[in-house]
Design a protein. Structure first.
Length: 85
């Protein structure tokens, strides 16, 4: 019972957090370095104090980051990206 639960949990974890394909503004994201189409998704808080200091208030928020699963190139998005697979 417990074992089955953990196997199911691990399977769902992999599906939710493993590398996937993403769309930004309706366009599928491909790595600009190696053209791979699978990424690890992450989120980064942009440096609020620094952004305010330079008056970059538009940048004063969190960003979506997609890290290429093959070459590791990090792609930054200021808007939400949608996972499609
Ligand atoms: Zn890449």
């Amino acid at each position: 019972m417990a074992k089955g639960f953990f196997q199911l949990f691990a399977k769902n974890m992999k599906k939710s957090f493993g590398p996937g394909q993403y769309q930004a503004n309706g366009i599928q994201v491909t790595c600009i370095h190696c053209q791979y189409d699978r990424f690890e998704q992450g989120q980064a808080q942009l440096n609020t104090a620094l952004a305010t200091f330079f008056n970059f208030d538009f940048a004063n928020r969190s960003a979506m980051i997609l890290t290429c699963h093959r070459c590791g190139y990090i792609h930054w998005f200021g808007k939400k990206v949608r996972r499609i697979d």
